[in-house]
Design a protein around this ligand. Structure first.
Ligand SMILES: Cc1cc2nc3c(=O)[nH]c(=O)nc-3n(C[C@H](O)[C@H](O)[C@H](O)COP(=O)(O)OP(=O)(O)OC[C@H]3O[C@@H](n4cnc5c(N)ncnc54)[C@H](O)[C@@H]3O)c2cc1C
Length: 634
């Protein structure tokens, strides 16, 4: 979300993304307030048997297609998804997995949509990125949430079966901070529509799309609300030019564009919602859309577990399989336990999304943040286990007669998840804002309001009343009682830890607010630690709950699930304890100061003795303004 809008505006937009059918509060938000509301996630909502049957049947077809029709090596070699694969996915209905059947889609639940993305992502991440950009942020999701019935009838059957869609928000000068959007949508004088001009960067699917969502700012004027708005743009409209197909470190098969919009006419029927609803639409779309990336991370982590297991048994060094060496065994355990933890968090969040009763904004945001960070660690550990073969390409391994395991590709493909759909830094800010929301509501105007001292003094009694009843709740709870949460059996101690630590998190947050007051917003690294500690607590609660769900739904796996949940929780507790300690004991201020010195050039001497492969200041910069690859969108 926007970084330079005021706290109040940001809270208003975030609140606007709350969905009306949610009757229950967010488990995650309560956790940050020191209130473990286990009842919100445990026991997990039951899956609808009809949805399970439909979902499983689709997964079987999808698996057969991926195993027989997709050559991941070809996608890497050609840096392209073959047309036959895109057509095959269309025929399977994979373009409309979440679109309801009444609009020509498959109508899968969130749980099965995510299982499908995990499956596809384990084949090649370019495929899952194609599907998730098309469905999670492309046309379908915003239309389902905000489109008129006419728009749904017209577009959903197309995007569910054939038309590829994309989401055009980012611009060369506007990345994490979309409130400063430069693309303009000027209402035409005759009132029939808008003329849009601007340049959009890095739109996934944007090089091959048929129809896209474009975000543009309508100037405020006579009779129109103005503001950032979302439009449906038919990509063959005059004035749309795909200037470049961008290439990246990973995701080599994606069709990602720079798209130039020159005086493009969009009829007013193609405005989604109202003028000024754009950021709200983008945020609401991401409420569940954010679960797509964790799903892909889960698929990759499961595959990493398989590779780690098979290779660590097969590879013998110093007379024993490498998995018998303690240093390697620790990594295998980490990969397997983390795969379980990530799947648990995804399952808990997805069932809540399907249940449609709870506010899941924080859960989805934490799942995105946590899965992208932990998924990266998983592939890094896998690379180490695979040794030199981890660093070698699958194509080269195959040429030498070895199994083409794409470890280095997994790493290249995984890395972007920490950057797009809200970078880790932005997710920290977004979740911190939610975690602090109650305090800002009660005491925000005292701490950072514009009012005079007298005006602020008038607010103190209200805040004092709130804190007088709130603070005692943070001092004692169920987590202190030895026999509590007994239905969790051997995992109960982890839930007790979550309960105690949730209160500690709330106390620490209050202490940090007290100490830095309005300045806390600038202490991003400290806030980030608090957010990460909360994410670990959500992960532990998810793992233990999910283990109980598995015991109920698949009793033959009960013991294994409990063992994985136990080790995952032990790891997560250690990480959370370290985060709590580092909130107070750290070098943040010294690091910040040194960074500013670096920026001011005080330490450029440390850069001596190198050449700059991108060309130093004194070398001519070659900039191709019109790359050869330019293709017209039409
Ligand atoms: C492969 C790929 C696919 C993409 N697909 C799409 C797409 O389909 N549609 C679309 O619209 N966009 C897309 N994007 C854009 C993507 O969402 C942006 O890259 C992302 O939002 C980050 O913006 P940026 O790269 O401009 O980084 P910047 O915003 O310039 O940020 C640079 C660094 O500063 C940090 N930072 C920025 N602001 C703050 C702050 N307030 N506090 C602390 N740290 C901060 C960031 O986390 C980052 O580390 C894609 C990008 C890539 C690379």
């Amino acid at each position: 979300m926007a970084a330079n809008v005021s706290e109040k505006e940001a809270r208003q937009v975030a609140e606007a993304a709350r969905e009306s059918e949610w009757k229950l509060p967010s488990f995650g938000k309560e956790l940050y307030l020191g209130n473990l509301r286990l009842d919100l996630i445990h026991p997990q909502p039951k899956l609808d048997p009809a949805k399970v049957e439909k979902g499983e049947a689709f997964l079987t077809k999808l698996r057969t297609f991926l195993e027989n029709e997709v050559d991941p090596l070809e996608i890497e070699r050609e840096a392209k998804i073959p047309d036959s694969v895109v057509d095959g996915l269309k025929k399977l209905g994979a373009m409309g997995m979440k679109v309801p059947e009444q609009y020509g889609g498959l109508g899968l639940s969130q749980v099965y949509y995510n299982k499908a993305l995990a499956l596809v992502g384990s084949s090649h991440s370019s495929l899952s990125t194609l599907l998730s950009a098309h469905q999670s942020i492309g046309l379908a999701e915003p239309l389902l949430g905000f489109g008129s019935e006419e728009q749904k009838q017209k577009w959903l059957p197309k995007v569910a079966t054939d038309h590829i869609s994309a989401f055009l928000l980012t611009e060369p000068d506007v990345g994490s901070d979309p409130a400063r959007l430069g693309t303009k949508a000027v209402p035409t004088e005759d009132g029939t529509g808008y003329r849009i001009s601007g340049r959009k960067l890095w739109a996934t699917n944007g090089a091959i799309a048929d129809v896209v969502i474009v975000m543009a700012k309508v100037p405020k004027g006579d009779g129109n609300r103005g503001g950032i708005s979302a439009f449906i743009l038919e990509y063959d409209t005059e004035g749309v030019t795909v200037e470049n197909r961008n290439a990246f470190m990973g995701l080599r098969g994606i069709e990602n564009s720079v798209t130039l919009l020159e005086d493009v006419f969009i009829p007013k029927e193609n405005l989604i919602g109202r003028e000024g609803d754009g950021l709200k639409i983008a945020l609401t779309t991401l409420n569940t859309g954010r679960l797509a990336l964790p799903a892909i991370c889960v698929g990759v982590s499961k595959y990493a577990t398989k590779v780690a297991r098979e290779w660590s048994v097969e590879r013998v060094q110093w007379g024993v399989p490498v998995g018998k060496h303690d240093a390697v065994a620790q990594k295998i355990a980490f990969i397997a336990a983390t795969s379980f933890g990530l799947e648990a968090m995804l399952d808990v969040s997805s069932r809540l999304a399907d249940d449609k009763k709870s506010d899941i904004r924080i859960e989805a945001a934490i799942a995105k943040l946590y899965a992208s960070e932990m998924g990266w660690k998983v592939v890094d550990e896998l690379m180490q286990i695979r040794g030199g073969r981890g660093y070698e390409t699958a194509e080269s391994l195959k040429a030498r007669g070895e199994k083409p395991i794409p470890t280095e590709q997994l790493m290249r493909d995984m890395r972007i998840n920490r950057i797009f759909e809200g970078s880790t830094e932005i997710m920290h800010l977004l979740i911190a804002r939610e975690a602090l929301d109650k305090h800002l509501e009660v005491a925000g105007d005292i701490i950072e309001g514009d009012g005079s001292i007298q005006e602020k003094a008038k607010l103190i009694p209200g805040a004092a009343k709130f804190y007088a009843s709130y603070v005692p709740t943070l001092l004692y709870g169920e987590g202190r009682k030895p026999g509590s949460f007994e239905e969790f059996g051997p995992l109960a101690d982890h839930i007790r830890y979550v309960e105690r630590s949730s209160r500690k998190l709330a106390r620490t947050t209050m202490m940090a607010m007290g100490r830095w007051q309005a300045g806390l917003e600038k202490k991003q690294t400290r806030l980030g630690r608090l957010v990460d500690a909360g994410a670990e607590l959500f992960a532990i609660a998810s793992a233990c709950t999910y283990a109980l769900t598995i015991a109920k739904e698949n009793p033959e796996r009960a013991d294994q699930a409990r063992e994985l949940a136990d080790l995952f929780s032990k790891h997560a507790r250690r990480r959370a304890d370290d985060l709590f300690s580092a909130v107070w004991a750290n070098d943040d201020d010294a690091s910040y100061k040194l960074a500013q010195d670096v920026l001011e050039g005080r330490h450029t001497w440390i850069e001596e003795g190198i050449v700059d492969p991108a060309g130093g200041d004194d070398r001519p910069q070659v900039r191709d303004e019109q790359p050869d690859k330019s293709v017209s969108a039409g």
